[in-house]
Design a protein around this ligand. Structure first.
Ligand code: PMP
Length: 367
């Protein structure tokens, strides 16, 4: 039996998304910027997708840039904004952002002379509006805070943070909503830029977008042609962009449909784990739990892997690096014993039970 409990890392492709993509691949190959009929047909479908996605997020049609995923969207938002507005030198983010956000800020700090304030989460795992307010300066250009942390699942009150930043003249607000999209709603009215990725919601890998309000000026990171409002050169991955609207719509439908199922999975997992391990964090995203195990996480991951169970100890983007984990460190958790268990609507109660039973056996074996 194979049990996948790493949905925060990525998700399996939805069957309907796969079918739609396959059909498009079989039929279309032209460049979406070509001016003959077949090119125009693809272009029109891509623009329809853009429009649909924008209406789902309540933004204007031209306020979305298709990207290769959230890492690119985050890099474009942060570096693109900062390099376009070099007169304001101060930036604010949090210490527990995804590496695509954190390393963009590090680069701006180390290579371009910006000053960055890195906020710590409070003891509940949140970046508070108060902390953001206190960090703002007259020369603050950008605040970037994630909606949902990808390692502990903490959900930040983005509405309150965005409202504070909105009142501060000359300061933009960006939100990495990658782990919240399709799971938790987000009102984008006070948010200047927001990033997300398709593969976290059963879409294609290498697909995502940056929502950017029309008044926000960015420096393109990929120079090229007219694609994506001249902010991202290169022949459009149009078929991938076309299926992104469908991916999101299916995710939103499934959010309603599987709401109760996800709560059941959560409760089963929680009941199974509570007497076995220490639970580090379980008060955020319902589909993610961070636990502290009595044996080193690497040993446990291997033992689980041998039994066909896939979980991770930290963000997959940092899994091969030997650097301290910023989130776990900021929360005071023991990173050598932390495990992240995450699931989605495709998981079953039987799979949760299989995980718990095997965990029990492994812990007994190593005790
Ligand atoms: N932000 C967050 C919070 C994430 O969890 C991830 C995925 N690990 C990303 C950004 C990067 O997304 P992508 O893989 O699409 O570049």
């Amino acid at each position: 039996m194979k049990v996948y409990l790493d949905a925060v890392s990525t998700t399996a492709l939805d069957e309907k998304v796969r079918e739609t993509y396959q059909k498009l691949l079989d039929e279309y190959y032209c460049n979406s910027d070509a001016l003959y009929d077949d090119g125009v047909a693809i272009y029109d479908m891509q623009e329809k997708s853009r429009q649909l996605i924008c209406s789902m997020f309540g933004v204007k049609k031209d306020e979305l840039i298709f990207t290769s995923g959230a890492s690119e969207a985050n890099s474009l938002a942060i570096k693109g904004l900062a390099l376009k507005h070099r007169d304001r030198k101060h930036l604010v983010t949090s210490i527990y952002e995804h590496s695509s956000v954190y390393n963009s800020f590090r680069q701006l700090e180390e290579d371009f002379g910006f000053e960055v304030t890195y906020l710590n989460p409070d003891e509940d795992g949140h970046i508070t509006a108060e902390a953001v307010k206190n960090a703002l300066r007259n020369d603050t250009l950008l605040v970037s805070i994630m909606q949902v942390n990808n390692e502990i699942g903490a959900v930040n009150d983005i509405g309150s943070i965005a409202a504070i930043v909105k009142k501060h003249p000359g300061t933009y607000f960006h939100c990495d909503m990658t782990q919240g999209v399709g799971k938790i709603g987000l009102d984008l009215s006070n948010i200047d830029m927001a990033s997300f990725s398709a593969h976290k919601i059963h879409g294609l890998k290498g697909s995502g977008a940056l929502i950017k309000k029309e008044f926000v000026q960015l420096l393109p990171l990929i120079s090229g042609g007219q694609q994506e409002y001249s902010l991202r050169g290169g022949t459009s991955n149009a078929l991938v962009n076309i299926v992104l609207a469908r991916t999101l719509r299916i995710a939103l439908e499934n959010r309603e449909k599987y709401h109760d199922h996800l709560l059941q999975l959560h409760d089963r997992l929680h009941d199974g784990l509570k007497d076995l391990v220490k639970i580090n964090y379980d008060k955020g995203l319902v589909t993610l739990m961070n636990i502290d195990t009595p044996i080193p996480s690497e040993v446990l991951l291997n033992a689980l892997n041998e039994r066909g169970i896939m979980v991770s100890s930290k963000s997959t983007c940092g899994s091969r690096k030997n650097e301290p984990n910023r989130t776990l460190h900021a929360m005071g958790y023991d990173e050598d014993h932390a495990i992240r268990v995450s699931f989605d609507y495709t998981n079953t109660i039987e799979e949760i039970d299989y995980f718990i039973d095997n965990l029990k056996e492994i812990l007994k074996q190593y005790a």
